[in-house]
Design a protein around this ligand. Sequence first.
Ligand code: ZN
Length: 323
Amino acid sequence: MAADIAYPVELVAPDISAYRRGNVGVDYVQTFDSGVAGPDAMINAVIHGNELCGAIAIDYLMRSDIRPARGKLTLAFVNPEAYLRFDPAAPGRSRFVDEDMNRVWTLERLDGPDNTVELRRARQLRPLYDRVDRLLDIHSMGTYSDPIMLIHGLEKERRLTREIGYPAMIACGAGHVQGLRLIEYAPFNDPATDRIACLVECGQHWAATSADVAIDTALHYLRALGMIDEATLAAHRRTDPVPEQTVADVTHGYAIRTDDFFFTQAFKGLERFAKAGAVIAVDGGEEIRTPYDDCILVMPNHRAVKGQRAFRLARLGGGSATD
Ligand SMILES: [Zn+2]
């Protein structure tokens, strides 16, 4: 069954101990201020502790001396307590310590009485998220899907991700999750402000290519913000340029209803179904079909169980991202 696919750990989790002290009074956070007016931008790694590519990207930017030509750049290892528990022999276990840190970004949770490892860290970082005006949150996925830029779908987010121009797929939509993702945290998810967050899913958690995509997404983001120039991007990039981005709108999130769920194929994500009615999964004997033509399967989760999200569906929206 697809759930039994084993994913080799091709990446090595970088030693981040040198970054612990940081330079802003918060562990594992560094800020570089160019002294020139410009964006107050941030790049996040390892909000999920097992997603190594983001840590590799930040480590690469640090060691390569990539610094902003204008504005202020903050680089953060978001959930170091989870990341430091990463074990290549059990690579799935370090996603979080107490709870998923990308579900806590509601005022109820942040201001509430709960006291988990992830909430404590979220409260520590919150002043940064209340201040920065651009955020790139780096993630990875459970399958060998091609990379996807995820945004909520606000016009300002669509504009920024087109300017970033990488990776090839942009998926817009609510997370369809319990709680809120960081990119949906109040200051970012407000059409009335100019503050923008986006989330990149770079590929499979431990695939070598995911690190290349993470580094390249960070470089494209910095270039789009005018913080590095084209020559720096060209000198460091590891993957091919994207001639044209595709934008899809996430329309459905499917949560498993029974203990007898399976996908009809070992889907890896971004499969396109030309005609409505394609059977993609069976749940308690009921066939789950694509609801419309030109439907895209987004981030199938072969490990999901009853009550958890197994996949999202997206509709090709608006054709070229350069419209
Ligand atoms: Zn993640």
